[in-house]
Design a protein. Structure first.
Length: 132
């Protein structure tokens, strides 16, 4: 049997001093969807988000534009746009960040179209400092 601690959901997972999150896949939609929504613990988190814009998983080359919004304690701290190579923009963006203790984190996504054949994801990995 294979051991795994990977799982998808709206919150981060902690393993010792490390933290990670996998949003799971979201179908491209022009309605906003919450990818992550939770409150952090007592430590400071230093890490990086990876925003993966919509890609048609049956061909790998097609897709559209996607917008990701990152909020900390209801304050928008970043808005990120991805696009396919056809529009000369990256389809994947990386954002390093420091997240203070006891912070409400929200990552939302929205796409330029509704299509179930194009998927988006958001990933996070980092380290926790000073947790009690």
């Amino acid at each position: 049997p294979e051991a795994s601690i990977a799982s998808a959901g709206q919150s981060f997972r902690y393993i010792g001093n490390y933290v990670y999150g996998f949003s799971g896949t979201f179908e491209a939609s022009n309605a906003s969807a919450d990818m992550f929504s939770f409150t952090t613990g007592s430590g400071i988190i230093v890490g990086e988000f990876t925003f993966n814009g919509q890609v048609r998983y049956v061909s790998g080359s097609a897709g559209g534009h996607s917008v990701f919004e990152l909020q900390l304690n209801d304050l928008t701290v970043g808005v990120y746009k991805t696009e396919t190579a056809a529009s000369d923009m990256p389809s994947q963006l990386f954002q390093r960040i420091v997240i203070p203790p006891q912070t409400k984190v929200l990552v939302k996504c929205i796409s330029g179209e509704d299509t179930s054949t194009e998927l988006l994801t958001c990933l996070f990995h980092g380290r926790v400092y000073g947790a009690e």
